[in-house]
Structure formats: C-alpha cells, structure tokens
Design a protein around this ligand. Sequence first.
Ligand code: FES
Length: 300
Amino acid sequence: MAEVTWSPEGEKLFGKLLAAVPEAMRETIKPKLIQMLAQRAGSVAIDEAIIKTMVQEDLPEPQKSALMQAIGMQAPSQPAQEGPSLEWTGKSEIMFELMLGEVPEGMRAIFRGKLSAVIAQKTQSGAVTEDHVNAVVNEIVPEPFKSSILKKFKTLGDFDPAIIGEIVKRFGTSRDKLMFIMHAAQDEIGYLPREAMLAISDKTGIPVSAIYSVASFYKAFRLERTGAHHVKLCCGTACHIHDTAGVGREIETKIAASPGVSIEKTLCLGCCDCAPVVEIDGKVYKGAEAQAKIESITLA
Ligand code: FES
C-alpha cells in the first residue's frame, strides 16, 4: 500500500468514504483509493479537498455519484430516483431487483436510477429482456457482487413472473387480500419462491418482510419446491395414536430413496375417523390405501 500522510480532516473524511463502500468490497477497494489519493497528493498530506477531487474526477459512475453523496458533496447531476420508465419482459424485472438487492440500502435509490438508465440505453426504447440485465451485471458490476448476483439468477424460481401481475390484478393490492394472493401464487407455481414474494411486494406495495412473515408463519405455505409427487404425512393426535403399523415410518423410509417425491409433516388433515391418513398429491388416503399409493409413486 502506498505510503501516505493524512491531515486530521482528510483521515476523517476518508473513513466516511470507506464506510460508504459495501463491506464485502472495502478491503479490496481501500488500497486502490489510497493509491489514487497518493498520486494526487504527491508529497503533501491528504486533506478533504484532495479526497473530494479524487472522488469527483477519478471514480466511474454510478459509484462516483453515490460516494459524492455519502461524503456530503453535491452529485454532478440530480440522480434520477426512479430512472426511465422501462417495459420488462420475462424475469428481467425480478433479476433487476435482485441486482439492486446487493446494493446497500442507502445507495439503492441512486443505483436504481443509474442502472435503469444503462438498461434503457441497451434496449434502445425496446422492452427489457433477461439478456439485457445479464449484460449489465457482466459489464459493470464489480466482483464479488457480480458472482453473487449471477449465482442468484441461476437459482431464480422457474415460473413466469407475469403470473403474479395477473393474480394481483384479480385480487387488488389491498393488504387484506394478501393471503388470497399468496395462495393463488402457490397454486400456480407449486410453492412460494423468494422471487414470487418480491414480485408480490413490487405489485402490491406491501413490504416483502410482511409477506415473508406470513409465508413462514402459516404451514399452508411452502417455501421450497416440492417433488413431482408431494406427500403430507399427518402427525395429528388421531393419526399418531393409530399408527400401529408404523405407516408413517415406512412411508418416510420409502420416500427417502425416491428423489422425485417430497414429504411434509402436517397437523390434522380433518379426517381423523380414517386415521392414520396421508395426503398424496392433494388426495387423502387411509392406511393400506396410502401404502399402495406410495408404492406406486415411489416405483414410478
Ligand atoms: S389426526 Fe390425522 S386426520 Fe386428524
């Protein structure tokens, strides 16, 4: 690292500047910033003026505007908070939100505007595709954020995000319709992936934290994709008492060896007089019937 001397104010301002750099990048960026400052300072101590000039003249956008704002400077032009209006297709909007999710919250509004403008340039007034968002990430997002974002893109829920828009249109955006929207989304997709919750939040204005707490509170919501066949094993009192033949344990053993079958333990399925019961792909089976059905799906 370059040998430098600091004025007390300069050192303080540099600390503020570094604090605005996302934590994961701070150690990587620090020597580069000091090197740029050393070149500007020559043999004098680095003071506030040198730091401000370096930020203004040596850093690229959108980092420049964000860091200028972080250290109390007037950004070169007012950042477009909303950015240009874009027409999203496929998963492009969700990918864009995932990309923004890597930016520290305080800097997100600036990045939203700047990145939207970059995407608008790429689309040349056309609709935004997943390729456009991928290109922006590959071309201008620095490591380690780039790898992290691209990894998230690969594991994006395999559903058409337009589904969420249609569901919200059907139920409206009021908070008391949230459960209906979430159930409908789960029925369509098969589970509630993170991206579906983000899309619901985006379309309704309900904070994603509120949506996630509902999804994780109620057993009715599944946060992971189920197998081609989904088995609900009743663990209610009646089924527990009647499980004399060890139906549940046998089923669990069989299913463990069948990757296409997922299992979920659940409370009373509402047909205790037939206990022990299991629900397979939405249909309830009792005792021996359940065994036979399990045989057929695990051998399939
Ligand atoms: S306890 Fe299993 S159906 Fe009621």
